[in-house]
Design a protein around this ligand. Structure first.
Ligand SMILES: [Zn+2]
Ligand SMILES: [Zn+2]
Length: 354
């Protein structure tokens, strides 16, 4: 590429975390300048992930500070560093949680870049997408195609990708699949799983009839309280809710030889449970981060399903409101921040097709 788009000078609006446990501050900061391997991205939409909540609430304790959170970014390329070929100005890209991996540690060499010892994470150890612009290493950006709107695509970048990795870990043979916690990740993965012929059993907080109905609408064959046992044994289960007591509950619901996969980055302590729940070659594992392969696979599958995302749209400046609603369980589907002046009222919901 002979001509490099020039990054806009000046300042931008950003939502900034000064320290864990504090509200984000709406402020003007300098527009970041892309490093040699980076692209500058005009952020169009940024999903609000539960991990953001764990960071803002101080449960994940090593963020860069001050920090611009947000790692479900969809935007357009607005500038380049000297070595950042491969994209053109205006290209629509997505930026996920994995912002960088070293390529040379034992994990990277083994194809496990999600476990890289020197990994950097968008919206945690690097500034993220709760802003008008962000910079990202071009090698960790995905092309986003097949989705008509930016806000529908944004939840795919983490809820979708890490959900997909968790789903993959349940194995191809798992036909009956339990999902504990029916939020952003579950509502995406349920559609992929159903498309692939799986039967979904959805578990929600006790008495959350609305979430159970939502799960049934998305094709769950059964939906009930997380304290209940499903009508049949599960081949595998994924736990998306950050609640440790769900682990023994999920083991109890899963057949011999089945897997229980924990999809969250943070979970409350797991209570002790009898060995008999694990006996019978049941497997418990966590899923950490994502690889670029996970991203490429899901972003190819999602428009083909097609995955419909249900999003609640907030203006960038309403990030605290969006986080508050996520914290208190008042988001159905996924919350997304958008950068445009014509945004309607906070929490406007719409359901769209991919
Ligand atoms: Zn590495
Ligand atoms: Zn996330």
């Amino acid at each position: 590429m002979s001509e490099r788009a020039r990054a806009p000078a000046g300042t931008m609006r950003a939502m900034v975390l000064d320290a864990g446990g504090r509200r984000l501050r709406s402020m003007r900061v300098p527009v970041p300048q892309p490093g040699p391997d980076e692209v500058l991205i005009r952020v169009r939409a940024c999903g609000v992930c539960r991990t953001d909540l764990h960071i803002v609430d101080g449960e994940l304790t090593n963020p860069k500070l001050p920090l611009i959170p947000g790692h479900e970014i969809v935007g357009t390329v607005a500038g380049f560093g000297a070595r950042a070929g491969g994209f053109s100005e205006g290209d629509r890209v997505g930026v996920p949680w994995l912002g960088f991996s070293c390529g040379s540690c034992r994990y990277c060499v083994a194809g496990q870049e999600n476990l890289c010892e020197h990994a950097e994470f968008t919206g945690y150890t690097r500034d993220g997408g709760y802003a008008e612009y962000t910079v990202a290493d071009r090698r960790y950006c995905f092309r986003v195609t097949g989705y008509p709107s930016d806000e529908e695509a944004a939840p795919l970048l983490c809820a979708g990708l890490i959900g997909y990795r968790a789903y993959r870990m349940t194995g191809e043979g798992a036909e009956s699949l339990g999902i504990y916690g029916f939020g952003a990740a579950a509502h995406i993965i349920a559609q992929v799983a159903r498309h692939q012929g799986k039967r979904i059993f959805a578990f929600t907080s006790p008495g959350d009839a609305e979430a159970q109905q939502f799960a049934r609408r998305l094709g769950a064959v059964w939906a009930g309280d997380s304290t209940q046992l499903p009508p049949e044994e599960l081949d595998a289960a994924i736990i998306f809710a950050p609640v440790g007591s769900l682990l023994p509950a999920a083991l109890k619901a899963t057949r011999r030889g089945g897997s229980v996969v924990c999809g969250g980055i943070h979970m409350s302590d797991i209570p002790t449970f009898p060995y008999s729940l694990l006996w019978g070659e049941r497997v418990v594992r966590s899923v950490a981060n994502l690889t670029r392969r996970d991203g490429e696979e899901l972003l190819a599958i999602a428009p083909a399903v097609p995955v419909r995302t249900k999003v609640q749209v907030f203006a960038l400046e309403e990030a605290n409101e969006a986080l508050g609603r996520l914290r208190s369980g008042r988001i159905q589907g996924a919350a997304v921040l958008v950068n445009r002046s014509e945004t309607g009222r906070a929490g406007k919901t719409h359901e769209t097709s991919g």
